[in-house]
Write a protein that binds this ligand. Structure first.
Ligand code: GLC
Length: 485
């Protein structure tokens, strides 16, 4: 393909002069549906705070607010060699982390592609065997097998998993399209540790970590201004340090050596915010995404904000416009009719298309979906991608504002990671703008008191620091969780 101009994003809204009225009307309707004003954002934040608080009560609520049993702030002096693994949607990442003890760390890592269909295999053993085999390969590559000492491992498992102690994770329910039977309701640590032991690998899982908690701790290790760890990726979630005495549901459950003023990292699991559908401005497309998902009624907030669903929203709108006879007329839409065929890289690449005639978008539709598009159609598609991405960013930061307001944080850094944050064009700017709108900050954005900053490697360094903190507690004979766990 010949690139005619500099590969640089042009004004996000190109000229709409040549878009016929019937498509323009649709664009305006989509703008109305997908635009979330500041007042709505503030309403969402208000309800969010109530729901976060509810999640900490004994009765509980929609948001799980899971204590992560990280009860220290890292000092930056933690040191030693640790293994970390991160089970993502497409890859398993294995990392050897060397914590230097002076706020810095080194990592060596390998990625292992999850076999096709592993997300929905019927046999859960296959998942744990795959992880243990990958760990073995890594140990061989890195010549770690002959070490006498057992290597402590931090397991980043980014699904809602209840923890009565740091080295436990009872899966509440799969999210992000995973659907493997006989894991929900079980502690995943022994499931993996068994497979590790079968292979006689000198590895002990000392901590199970949510990615948000890892992000929080890794970023705190290098920057004590960190107030939250957040993920804007396949899923959306956040973690922060609460104080034990403010966590009602832990009352009477804690061993004496955990003081009431102890910090406690909380994995909010706020992707499930507003499962009751009280405040989020859902469109009919959001309703359809939910109804057609493997877990209808769950992860309401995540379904409007996270990477797993953004391409699907785009696809559903396009199909509806086609059914109304407005676009992609007389085309074979067989491919486009496949659920989830458009992952988030599609809206991201379409938004990034630098050409006046949206040539990249044209290519994408022809090559990947066998569909020819007209320029006005592509203009609608591009505008729709902007709307979906901007809405996701603005809603996603409501979780941040809610935690900050709940904890009374007036300043600080929010450490963010995830594919959408790192790769979706315009997301960072839209997220910052969303926060400004919620708080009513005016003036130079570089003076914003709360800023979202790129995180340190949560599932590598974060998992390692947490493993180190956990080992230290074990060495000091301190409890790792609730009484008797
Ligand atoms: C989903 C998971 C959560 C994770 C988030 C980001 O919401 O349930 O555990 O933190 O995705 O990966």
């Amino acid at each position: 393909m010949v690139h005619l101009g500099p590969k640089k994003p042009q004004a996000r809204k190109g000229s709409m002069a040549d878009v016929p009225k019937e498509l323009m009307d649709e664009i305006h309707q989509l703008e109305d549906m997908f635009t979330v004003d500041s007042e709505t954002l503030r309403k969402v934040v208000k309800h969010f705070i109530d729901e976060l608080n509810k999640g900490l009560t004994k009765k509980g609520g929609n948001i799980p607010m899971i204590p992560g049993w990280v009860m220290e702030f890292p000092t930056g002096k933690e040191s030693g060699n640790y293994l970390a693994i991160d089970l993502g949607g497409t890859n398993l990442r294995v990392v050897l982390v060397k914590l230097s003890g002076n706020h810095t760390f080194d990592t060596t890592q390998s990625k292992y592609k999850l076999p096709h269909d592993m997300r929905t295999t019927k046999h859960q053993e296959e998942l744990w065997s795959f992880i243990a085999d990958s760990l073995k390969d890594f140990m061989v590559e890195q010549e770690l097998l002959n070490t006498k000492d057992t290597l402590p491992l931090g397991f980043t498992f980014s699904y809602p998993a209840s923890q009565n102690k740091i080295n436990e994770g009872i899966l509440q329910r799969w999210t992000k399209g995973f659907d493997i039977p006989n894991v929900e309701g079980h502690d995943v640590v022994p499931l993996l540790q068994n497979e590790i032991s079968k292979r006689e690998l000198p590895i002990e899982i000392v901590a199970l970590i949510n990615d948000t908690v890892g992000t929080l701790v890794a970023s705190y290790y290098t920057d004590p201004e960190t107030k939250m760890g957040v993920i804007f990726g396949t899923g959306v979630n956040g973690a922060f340090y609460d104080v034990v005495s403010d966590i009602e549901k832990l009352e009477g459950k804690l061993a004496d050596d955990i003081p009431s003023n102890s910090p406690m990292a909380i994995n909010c699991e706020y992707g499930s915010f507003d499962n009751e559908h009280l405040v989020l401005p859902r469109t009919k497309y959001d309703v359809a995404v939910d109804e057609q998902s493997p877990r209808p009624g769950q992860q309401a907030f995540e379904k409007m904000t996270s990477g797993y669903y953004l391409g699907e929203l785009l696809r559903l709108v396009l199909l509806e416009l086609n059914e109304k006879g407005l676009m992609l007329k007389d085309q074979d839409l067989t491919k486009l009719k496949q659920p989830y065929i458009m992952d988030t890289s599609y809206p991201a690449r379409i938004e990034d298309d630098p050409f006046e005639n949206l040539e990249d978008t044209d290519d994408i539709f022809q090559k990947d979906f066998g569909v020819k598009t007209t320029l006005p159609e592509r203009k609608l598609i591009r505008r729709l991608c902007e709307l979906i991405g901007t809405r996701a960013a603005r809603l996603a930061v409501c979780g941040i504002a809610a935690i900050c307001q709940k904890r009374g944080y007036k300043t600080g850094h929010i450490a963010a990671d995830g594919s959408v944050y790192n790769k979706y064009p315009g997301f960072k700017e839209a997220a910052a703008k969303g926060l400004r709108d919620i708080y009513g900050w005016t003036g130079d954005a570089s003076n914003d008191p709360i800023t979202i900053v790129p995180a340190e490697d949560g599932s590598g360094a974060g998992a390692a620091v947490i493993a180190a903190l956990s080992e230290k507690r074990i060495a000091e004979g301190k409890s790792l969780g609730i009484i008797g766990a």
